[in-house]
Design a protein around this ligand. Sequence first.
Ligand code: ADP
Ligand code: MG
Length: 701
Amino acid sequence: MRVEPDAAAAASGPRADTPVRFVRGVGPQRGAALAAAGIETAGDLLFHLPGRYDDWRHEQPASAVRSEGPWTLRGELRDVRVVRTRRRGLALVRAVLCDESGGIPVIWFNQPYLANRIEAGTTYRLHGPARPSEGGRWELINPTLRPVAEGEPPRGLVPVYPPLRGVGPATLAKVIGGLLPLLAQPGEIPEPLPAALRARYGLPPLAEALHWLHQPPYEAGLEELASRHSPARSRLVYGELLELQLELALLRLRGAEERKPHRYRIDDEVRAAARAALPFRLTGAQKRVLREIVTDLARPEPMLRLLQGDVGSGKTIVAALALVVAVESGLQGAFMAPTELLAEQHFANLSRLLGNRYRLALLSSSRRDPESRAALSRGEVQIAVGTHALLQERIDFRDLGLAVIDEQHRFGVEQRLQLQRKGARPDLLVMTATPIPRSLALTIYGDLEISCLDELPPGRTPIATEVLPASERRQVYRRLRQELSGGGQAYLVFPLIEGSESISAEAVAELGSQAREYLAPLPSAVLHGRLGADERERVMREFASGRVRVLVATTVIEVGVDVPEATWMVIESAERFGLAQLHQLRGRIGRGPRPSRCIALHGRLTEAGRRRLEIFASSQDGFRLAEADLELRGPGDVLGWRQSGLPSFRFAHPLLDQAWLERARTDAAELAGRWAEPELEPLRARVEPRLAQRLGRLAGG
Ligand code: ADP
Ligand code: MG
C-alpha cells in the first residue's frame, strides 16, 4: 500500500490542526456543529470513516437493468422535467438516460433543484437502485450522478459517509476527500504505535490505514472493506483500545496506593459471629463467593471485586456477612444503593439481620441527621446505609474498612481514585445483576476481580409470563382480583413517560387510581419517586408487612425490592421497557414458594418490540436475555451504556473485539512501565491530555 503525496494540495491546503470551520467546504455554521460533536480539527475529520462503499466499477448498458441493483450506468440525460404529484404536491424530477442499448427512465424524489443542474446533452454516470414500474419496465430511483469528462476511466469504490451533526454524506465526501493529502504529509498524522507493536500484529501505519478506508484502491474487495478484520480496521480498533487501556493503567499507577491502612481479624470467633447472623443455609455459590471476598479482605491491597448474580440470587446476604467480618474486626462498613427507596429497604433488612448486635444508621440526602453523622465519625455507628452519594458527600467515617455498592456496574478505577483522594482506601464490593463479559468489565474498571453467583437459592418457583394487548386489561384485573382473594400481593407497574418523573407521577395517579378503584376493597397504595422519604418508607413498610396488598408503582421498584409474598405483577406499556429492565422488574416476584405470574400489557408494537416481549416471556435467565437483547439492539443499550456514560468506542466493539482488547491490556501494562521512553512520545501526546482531563475531573470532585 502506498500513499501518493499531493504536493499542490499540500502547499495550499489545511494542516491537521486547522480548526474544522476553516476547512474548505465547512464554514462557521457546520464548523460549530462539528466542533460540538468533538470534531474540532481537520485531523479529527479524517477519523470519520465511510459507513459503506458504492461500487461504480462495473458499468452496464441500460437494457441490462432487470433487478434492483444497485446499477452503474453511463449515458446522456434527456427529457429532464419537474413533475408535481397530484396527491401531495411533491416535486419529482424525471429524465431518461440514453446509451447505445436504449433508454431507461430515472426518477429523483425531493431534489427539484436537480432539474436545473442537469445539462442536456452531457454524458453522466449514474449509480443507484432500480424498481419495476408500470408496463413491466424498470426505472432508476434517486441515483447519484456525476458528469463524465472526456476519456475519464470508470469510478472505483466510492465512500459513503454517515451524516454527522446535520452535515450530509455528499458534503462530507467532498470535505474529507479534500483532506486526504494530509495523510501523506510526514508529521501531520503522527504514528502513535511503536514499530515493534505494529510488526507484532502485522498492522499498517495509522495514516495508511485511514487512507485505505477513505479511498480504497481500485481492486479492493467490498467484503474486505466491510470486514472488521481488515488490517486497516484492526489498526484502528487496536489503537483505540490500547489508548483506553493505557489511560486505565496509568491512572492506576498514579493514583493507587499499594497498601490499605486497615486490617481484618479473620478467626473462629468472627466466623461464629457471621454464622449467628445467618437466617438460612447459604447456597454453594454464596459460600464460594464469600470465601473469595474474605480472602481479598485478608490481603494487604484494597479489594475491588465485582459480584455478579442474577436477580434474586442472594447477593445481599453475602454482602451482609462480609460487613460482619469488617465490624468484628473493629472497622466500619458502608452499604450503598442506587435509590433512596432501596437504601431504606436495605436498612430495614440489614437492621433485621444485624441490628441487635451492631449499630446501623440510615444516611440520606433527604434526611439530615447530624446525630448519626457525628456518631459515625466517632466510630459508634458501625454500618452506614445510604445511596451511592454516601461516599461522595462529606461524610466522615472513623475507620471505614469495607464499602458495598449495590446494583451498580460502573464503579471503576476513577471512582476508586476519587475516594482515595479523600483519604479513604476501603475495600470495595460492587454488586450487579447485569451480566457483563469479563473483557468488558476490564475495559470499564481496569483491574478488578469478578465473583459470580450462578445458583439461585432453593425453593424458587418459576414465574409464568404472559404478553397481552392492553385491551385485555379488564380481564387481567378480574383475574388478579380473583387471585388475591386467596391471599398474596401484587405490583402494578407503570413506565416512566419520556423520562420525566413528574409526568410519570401523574400517569400513575391517573391510571393507578382507576386500577385501585377496580380492585377495591383490596388495600392498595401508590409509590413513585416524587414522594417524600417518609411517605415512601411508610408505603414500603405497609406493603412489606402485607397490610397493603397492591402496590401501584413506577420503576422505582425496578431494582432490589424484596417482598417474597408478592406473586403477581402487571406491567403496563411493557413495550416501552428494554429486556434488561423487564427482567429486573419481573425479578420482584417469584421470590417465595407460591407460584408467580407476570403479565406484560402492551400498546401498539413494532416488530422489534414484539420480538422483545416474546423473548421476555420465553426465558427467565438473565444471561440469556442479555444475549438476546444484544442481538436485537447492540451492546450499548443492553448494558445501559449510553445512559451511564461508560466509554463508547468509535472503532472497537467491546464484544466482537475481545481478542484485541486482551492484547491491548497486556501491551498497555508493558508500555506504562516504560512510559517515559522517547519512542512513546506520539502515544503520550494522545493519551496524556485525556488522562489529565480524567484526573482534573477527579480533583474537581
Ligand atoms: P439479589 O441478588 O437480587 O439482591 P437478594 O439478596 O435480595 O437477591 O435475595 C433474594 C431473596 O432470596 C431474599 O428474600 C433473600 O432473603 C433470599 N435468600 C438469599 N439467599 C438465600 C438462601 N441461601 N436460602 C434461602 N433464601 C435466600
Ligand atoms: Mg439486590
